[in-house]
Design a protein around this ligand. Sequence first.
Ligand code: NAD
Length: 421
Amino acid sequence: MSDKIQFTNGKLCVPDDPIIPFIEGDGIGKDITEPSQRVINAAVTAAYGNEKKIEWKEVLAGKKAFEQTGTYLPDETLQAFEEYLVGIKGPLETPVGEGIRSLNVALRQTLDLFVCLRPIRWFKGVPSPIRYPELVDMHIFRENTEDIYAGIEFMTGTEKAIKFRDFLINEFGVDKIRFPESSSFGVKPVSKDGSERLIRAALKYAIERSLPSVTLVHKGNIMKFTEGAFKNWGYDLAENEFPHQTYTWKKYQQTLKNEGEEQAKSELEKAKKMGRVIVKDCITDAFLQESLLHPFDHSVIATLNLNGDYISDQLAAMVGGIGISPGANINYNSGYAIFEATHGTAPNIAGTGKANPGSLILSGAMLLEYLGWYEAAEHVYDAMEHTFSRRKVTSDLFSMMEGATLLSTSQFADEIIRNMH
Ligand code: NAD
């Protein structure tokens, strides 16, 4: 008998045979979903024999849903994610047209999945543009519900844009709009509550895993009351809620100012020796350079929505690209989580057998970790590394690897399963 995952007293209770809803996805979603599930099933069997098993339950979204039900995101699908708590999805095409929201955004907002988690690690054998990819081990916590992504925008010339502009000028005395007659406007809400819950999740993640640091990435030098406030709230939260598990760069600066360099350095070294998580910050543009030149200086990264979007793709490119970059959208307070391939529907290669299922497979491994099935997740990681180091890859990586063997989507999954035994 399959069972439901429950969330009680802040913890997931996972039965041995949980029902996991999945969305196949559009485009290459059809190509990568079945092979990915085969890999995940094999890893669970390799780790636990017949003791544990995932019961996959398909739910509809995207084109497939529209064809069968006349709507892109049926209520039943949202209800299934609410009922079963943890799910996984392939990529979904954003339907073109006024008034149609991105399905991904709709799912994230409905379940209030405030963390977008993207682990960035390198697998031996994967081509990388950086010199020491083996030293890359980063975990991006991107805020998922606020910022410019809130979708509050007014197109120039519309009644709302004119009203908004006049309000700014007449009520607030704003005189910095360079071309008031032809400006569109966007609003960037960033709240203390929203920032704190994201940063709290990042700090807990780092503390639980004994990771060395959390970097708050922001553009607070320009946007002082949104991104600058994000940084300040982050430092305050670390000092107030995790005083014994963290040491902040803000504290270091204070000691430096009041007691001198020697004392500040000694405090920092002591905190590191005690295994405290070092909380620091970095301006976004500097971070994009820093993370390329010194990736090993950063571990967990907590950042706002738009920054997180840019950073995720750059860091993914450092370790093999979006074809093998996994992701998850999580609400740590309710337990809801949707794991997902981070790439899009890749219509140019859909149905050709060229798609790399790696992103969805690794998202599945993240799901296994979220369930506490770490042994099964390790089987996926090990087998994937074996496969890459033997230069057996799909077409996205094939052209970048000398002496590689080209595999189709399905063959690549088979090879991973073979390497599990
Ligand atoms: P895309 O990620 O679909 O494709 C970008 C490039 O990467 C293409 O050349 C594609 O062939 C390649 N690529 C992507 N995934 C691959 C994989 N697994 N293996 C090998 N190559 C891969 O981005 P796009 O073309 O900008 O977007 C296409 C559609 O996907 C749009 O409708 C967009 O809205 C949607 N999208 C959805 C998600 C999501 O569901 N999370 C994310 C991004 C884009």
